[in-house]
Ligand binder design. Structure first.
Ligand SMILES: CC(C)(COP(=O)(O)OP(=O)(O)OC[C@H]1O[C@@H](n2cnc3c(N)ncnc32)[C@H](O)[C@@H]1OP(=O)(O)O)[C@@H](O)C(=O)NCCC(=O)NCCS
Length: 464
């Protein structure tokens, strides 16, 4: 158990700290920013205590293979919003996906959590009230407009430019109005960094539906972009901007989708990139644009696009309602062609991703007879055994990307190239929550040590 903290005047502060850090519901009548202002000094004390108690302790050996092997398992980062267990999957501030579905506030008549509440949870570790979530919806709606020049940048992009490249361009350009960049130029004190970082983070999240909606409408010629409705929640507005706001099930899907894609601890490419770039005190827009460029890679977020492309090719080659044997043959052909089976495997997970399971449960409730959903289920029954037999992948089970495209396409969002944009909208929640804390806690510039192969050889020759 953690020890009782004492200030220099030996006044015990454990009870205040415990209340603030471990109470699971947010105090009423406070805004997110006000709550953060209360929590930051407590967390600064807490980190100071942890470093004083454990700062000089070793965290395990580092082996040379980890340097060559993409740093798998290397303990290297602090990330408070979520922790990923290899067998159990993700927990957001200690809460599993089913717990979030149960505890976080919902829209009237809705069953899925509102991402507004998830953001509050990621930032504070607390479950907000319905009123606090409604205030966040309103705040984001009020901040949602994007500058005209950003609209023009998007309108000038050729429709052949991948939606993720357009997304990254637009987010980079938002840095034009960064509160943090301005405050830094004006000589803001380090202690105050978190305030403008918070404002930029809120602006960034708020503006993403308008950016995503504009890209979707431009690239796929889907008509004029409607206005944000300040009386609607974030996911409802995003759905409306994409043209699906009248479909209540799609809006519910967006609430679940944004919640489960938001954060997956700190070492994945998009999260780590955002943190790394942010550590140079690049503002949240620049940091998150870098995250998006990582998310756009096929081994990371683009896998949701790749899954649907792969499934569509499979259907055109072996037909709908194909036998298990035909599916197996197609999977083996993919592997023998030197390609990966998209949507399967994971760098950390060793069991079925609970984000996959949450989407499967959504499908069982809302679209049990959808042919693509059935194919996704059929693949689940054949791929793990094949990957095990092939003997390379450490995790033969499906990840989040194996399922999302089938849900989106069921509701008519069939443009696969757009799927990773939705992942990106969601990932902003996790990356910005950590950026705020990094600035609040004075996280330093990231600068790990690199080695050449020659240096490694020399080091061990010298020791032998
Ligand atoms: C996610 C992923 C990149 C993790 O990579 P990793 O941590 O290096 O995974 P492993 O340690 O299990 O990889 C060992 C080998 O198995 C292979 N492998 C892993 N997953 C595989 C898959 N789904 N299909 C085929 N081969 C796979 C790797 O490519 C690697 O091959 P190599 O030794 O020839 O380089 C990998 O599983 C993958 O490419 N999956 C498909 C893409 C995907 O779904 N990405 C989204 C992840 S959320």
């Amino acid at each position: 158990m953690a020890s009782v903290l004492r200030t220099s005047r030996t006044k015990p502060v454990w009870s205040a700290l415990a209340r603030a850090r471990f109470s699971s519901t947010a105090p009423k009548n406070t805004t997110l920013k006000e709550r953060l202002a209360e929590l930051i000094p407590l967390e600064l004390e807490n980190v100071k205590r942890v470093r004083a108690e454990h700062g000089k302790k070793a965290f395990g050996p580092v082996i040379v293979d980890q340097l060559y092997g993409g740093m798998r398992g290397l303990p290297a980062l602090i990330w408070d919003g979520s922790v990923l267990d290899a067998d159990e999957g993700i927990r957001f501030r200690g809460k599993t996906i089913p717990e979030c579905q149960e505890l976080l506030p919902k829209a009237p008549g809705g069953a899925e959590p509102l991402p507004e509440g998830l953001f509050w949870l990621l930032v504070t570790g607390e479950i907000p009230t319905q009123e606090q979530v409604t205030e966040l919806s309103k705040d984001w709606a009020a901040r949602s407009a994007i500058p005209e020049f950003v609209e023009e940048i998007l309108d000038r992009c050729p429709p052949t430019l991948h939606p993720m490249s357009q997304f990254s361009l637009a987010v980079t350009a938002l840095n034009h109005n960064s509160a943090f960049a301005k405050a830094y130029q004006d000589g803001v004190s380090k202690k105050e960094y978190w305030g403008p970082t918070f404002e930029d983070s809120m602006d960034l999240i708020a503006k993403l539906p308008n950016i995503a909606g504009r890209i979707y409408r431009n690239v796929f010629a889907a008509g004029k972009l409607p206005a944000i409705d300040p009386s609607k929640d974030y996911s409802h507005n995003l759905s409306t901007l994409l043209g699906f706001g009248d479909n209540a099930a799609f809006v519910e899907l967006m609430r679940l989708y944004i919640t489960i894609h938001s954060d997956h601890e700190g070492g994945n490419v998009s999260a780590h990139t955002g943190k790394l770039v942010g550590s140079a005190l690049s503002d949240p827009f620049l940091a998150f644009a870098a995250s998006l460029n990582g998310l756009a890679g096929p081994l990371h977020g683009l896998a949701n696009q790749e899954v649907l492309i792969w499934l569509s090719k499979m259907q055109s080659q072996i037909g709908e309602n194909a036998s298990d044997e035909a599916v197996k043959e197609y999977v083996w052909a993919t592997l023998k062609g030197g390609q990966v089976v998209p949507g399967y495997g994971h760098a950390v997970l060793r069991k079925t991703d609970p984000r996959y399971t949450a989407q499967r449960e959504f499908a069982l409730k809302h679209l049990p007879d959808d042919p693509l959903f059935k194919l996704v289920g059929q693949i689940y029954n054949v791929v793990p055994d094949i990957l095990l037999e092939a003997g390379k992948a450490k995790n033969p089970w499906p990840n989040v990307d194996a399922h999302s495209g089938a849900l989106l396409s069921h509701y008519g969002l069939t443009q696969m190239q757009f799927y990773t944009v939705l992942f990106g909208v969601s990932r902003a929640f996790g990356v910005t929550a950590q950026l705020i804390w990094d600035r609040a806690l004075g996280a330093p510039l990231e600068r790990p040590k690199s080695y050449s192969t020659a240096a490694i050889e020399k080091m061990f020759k010298d020791k032998s």
